[in-house]
Design a binder for this molecule. Structure first.
Ligand code: FE2
Length: 289
C-alpha cells in the first residue's frame, strides 16, 4: 500500500459540502479538493470565509499547495479555486470531459460567442487513468461519470475522493438529473469505484445526515460501501438502481445555488467578465432548467 496521505476535511454547513486537504506527511505537499467560495444569493455577494479556514490550516501546518482539484462542475456551491490559487499557488485540475459540461451550459447561458468550451479555463485536464503525485504519494484519476458527464474520482495513496458519485452508506448516491447526468452511467462508474481495494478510505463530497445518525460524516471505506450502501451495495440490480434513482430525482428541486454555481464553476471558479461599469453579473435563464 502506498504512503497514506494525511486527510483533513472541512464541512460547509450552508451547502453541506465537504472540502478535503490531502497531504504527504513526508514532503508537506498537498492537494485541496472541492473548496467552497461562499455566496449569499440574497445579496449577490461572495466571501472567502470557508476558504480562509482551509488556507489557515495549510499555512499553519507549513504545507505546500500543489493541486487544487475539482471532482466536477458543482451545481450547489461556487468553487474557491481561483482564490486559493491567488493566495497559495497550485495547479487547478478537473476531468477532461469538463468540456461536455461547458458546452451544455454555454448554451443554457447563451455565452457561446465569448466563452471557449475547451477546458482552457483550467490549468490541467485529467484523462481517465492519468497519474500524478502529491509529494511522494502516487495519485490516479478515474473518470466516474453519471452525476455529471465530467465527474472524476481522485485516488490519492489509499484514499479515494469520490465527489458526488457516492455519499455515506446510509445516504446512498447523488442525483443524476442535471443536464448530461445519467443513472445507468453512474451505476457503472460506482462499480469501478467499488472494485478498488476494500480497505481504501473513501471521502465524499457532501453529507446531508441520515436517520439515526447525529453528526455529519464524510469518511467511509470501499468495504463499508460494498456492504451497506443503501442504493448500491454489492448485489444491487442495475435496473432496480436506475428505476429508484430516476424516480427519486423526479421529486427533487434544483439546488438553491445551481445558476450562480454553474456560471462560475465552468470558468474554473471565475466570475463572468465584468461589464462596462466594472461589475460582474450572473444571469438567470428563465424557464430553461
Ligand atoms: Fe455535485
Amino acid at each position: 500500500m502506498p504512503n497514506p496521505p494525511d486527510v483533513q476535511s472541512f464541512f460547509d454547513p450552508s451547502t453541506n459540502t465537504v472540502s478535503h486537504v490531502a497531504s504527504d506527511p513526508n514532503t508537506g505537499e498537498c492537494a485541496i479538493i472541492d473548496a467552497v467560495l461562499d455566496f449569499d444569493p440574497r445579496a449577490g455577494r461572495t466571501a472567502t470565509r470557508s476558504a480562509a479556514t482551509i488556507i489557515d490550516y495549510v499555512l499553519h501546518r507549513g504545507l505546500k499547495l500543489r493541486w487544487i482539484l475539482e471532482t466536477h462542475v458543482h451545481a450547489d456551491h461556487l468553487s474557491a479555486a481561483q482564490h486559493l490559487q491567488q493566495v497559495l499557488g497550485g495547479v487547478v485540475g478537473i476531468g477532461e470531459h469538463v468540456t461536455d459540461v461547458q458546452r451544455i451550459f454555454a448554451d443554457v447561458f447563451n455565452i457561446t460567442a465569448d466563452f471557449a468550451a475547451d477546458g482552457s479555463q483550467f490549468d490541467r485536464l485529467f484523462h481517465d487513468d492519468e497519474t500524478f503525485s502529491i509529494g511522494k504519494i502516487p495519485a490516479r484519476v478515474l473518470h466516474t461519470p453519471g452525476h455529471t458527464p465530467a465527474c472524476v474520482t481522485y485516488l490519492i495513496g489509499d484514499a479515494a475522493f469520490v465527489g458526488d458519485s457516492l455519499f455515506m452508506p446510509d445516504y446512498g448516491t447523488a442525483r443524476t438529473d442535471f443536464p448530461g447526468g445519467d443513472a445507468r452511467t453512474l451505476f457503472q462508474s460506482i462499480q469501478r469505484i467499488l472494485a478498488l481495494p476494500s480497505s481504501t478510505r473513501m471521502f465524499v463530497g457532501h453529507d446531508y445526515g441520515a436517520p439515526g445518525r447525529k453528526r455529519f460524516a464524510w469518511e467511509t471505506t470501499v468495504e463499508e460501501q460494498c456492504r451497506a450502501n443503501v442504493h448500491v451495495r454489492l448485489g444491487t440490480d442495475e435496473e432496480a438502481f436506475v428505476l429508484m434513482r430516476t424516480h427519486r430525482d423526479a421529486a427533487l428541486e434544483m439546488p438553491a445555488l445551481i445558476l450562480p454555481s454553474v456560471q462560475v464553476n465552468i470558468r474554473a471558479g471565475r466570475l463572468p467578465p465584468p461589464e462596462t461599469n466594472g461589475v460582474h453579473y450572473l444571469k438567470i435563464p428563465v424557464d430553461v432548467l
